[in-house]
Design a protein around this ligand. Structure first.
Ligand code: NAD
Length: 347
């Protein structure tokens, strides 16, 4: 069920049949976005959802006249729930472009490299590579070192105020340690339920005769979006930072410089991050962590590849939905068990 070329061969003009399929798909995807993002209870697997989105993108690529600005393919996540107060992010939060094969990754890598070569001749990009944590995106606003609010990503512009719940997470400092705190700083990261804690927590639910949680991602999302912070406090949650948004009085020159400063201020930084120089090294990283996938602190659904240098990131910029300087390589769903170890044969 991965990317197939057959999808492209099917249609050249939008028949009424295709229009109907498209309209039905849009409705179906919208329904799954509400179930996943707002209710934290998906009705289908992520792999099944990704197939629906992929089919939508294929139709839109072949028939741009069908695509509208409010197509689910143009949105970041779902609308924020009205159960929480809205928070407007100082800087927009983005999603990530998904890549489903080594050849899609190669195409993305070559395009980003060529575009940088053109815009910033002579500069050699370095790639900051991280695990794609299967959790919930969060934005933390610190002013002069004090946590002011915590918000979910929502639709990227407006998130949900979950400050009270986030304050119960031990990993997230209420006051930054050290000194030289920026006047203002948005810290972006992923809240997750560590795999072991998830197993143990589910066991307590089973022992109490309750329904266990579907997976750590939904467990994290459901825990953060509780009405009562005392409930969140009972859930074993952690966080790793994976970016920064607005800042003033803080001028790091690269993603890894930013992480170094955040670590000094007591924010949790992932131990799995690497800075790499070539496509081959990125493939090695993908293979290594696909093998180690179940030995990690948290669940992952892929690897995120980012241009490290901030000036280079700015040169590449964003689309309305995703940065052009980063992408997410998704591991094949495990049920299907495609062997990534053969990845080089497909580049
Ligand atoms: P995404 O999860 O593919 O990628 C973007 C997100 O990755 C970021 O917002 C960030 O929160 C997260 N992330 C994790 N580690 C990161 C790192 N190291 N650096 C940067 N970001 C990192 O995209 P999405 O827009 O959040 O949602 C799509 C995902 O949700 C897909 O996996 C999809 O399958 C799933 N989904 C499933 C259903 C369903 O019904 N099962 C419905 C909607 C969405």
């Amino acid at each position: 069920g991965r990317v197939t070329t057959a999808d492209h061969a099917e249609a050249t003009t939008a028949s009424s049949e295709l229009r109907e399929e498209y309209a039905a798909l849009v409705d179906e995807v919208a329904r799954h976005q509400v179930a996943y993002h707002q209710k934290d209870s998906p009705l289908i697997s992520d792999a099944q959802y990704d197939q629906l989105i992929h089919r939508l993108r294929t139709i839109e690529a072949d028939h741009p006249e069908l695509a509208s600005a409010d197509s689910p393919t143009q949105q970041v996540g779902g609308a924020p729930s009205e159960a929480f107060a809205p928070v407007t992010h100082l800087r927009r939060m983005y999603s990530l472009e998904d890549l489903f094969s080594a050849s899609e990754l190669r195409t993305w890598y070559d395009r980003a490299s060529a575009s940088l070569q053109e815009q910033r001749p002579g500069e050699q990009p370095r790639w900051l590579v991280e695990l794609k944590i299967d959790g919930l995106a969060i934005s933390l606003l610190y002013r002069h070192g004090e946590l002011v609010w915590a918000a979910t990503r929502g639709d990227g512009t407006t998130g949900e105020d979950v400050t009270h719940n986030v304050r119960t997470i031990a990993d997230i400092p209420h006051h930054l340690t050290g000194d030289n705190h920026p006047e203002e700083l948005e810290v972006r990261g992923e809240i997750f339920m560590p795999s072991e804690a998830f197993e143990a927590f589910n066991q307590t639910l089973i022992d109490a005769g309750k329904t266990p949680l579907a997976n750590p991602r939904n467990a994290a999302a459901g825990s953060i979006r509780q009405k009562d912070p005392r409930k969140t406090a009972q859930r074993p949650l952690s966080m790793f930072v994976h970016g920064i948004g607005a800042r003033s009085g803080f001028e790091p020159t690269s993603q890894h410089h930013a992480y170094e400063a955040l670590a000094e201020w007591g924010l949790p930084v992932s131990p799995y991050t690497a800075i790499l120089d070539s496509f081959e090294e990125i493939l090695d990283y993908l293979e290594t962590y696909e093998r180690k996938r179940h030995e990690l602190v948290h669940e992952i659904d892929g690897v995120v590849i980012k241009v490290d240098d901030f000036a280079q990131q700015r040169s590449l910029g964003h689309t309305s939905r995703v940065p052009r300087w980063a992408a997410a390589y998704k591991y094949p769903p495990e049920e299907v068990a495609t062997r990534l170890l053969d990845i080089r044969e497909h580049v």
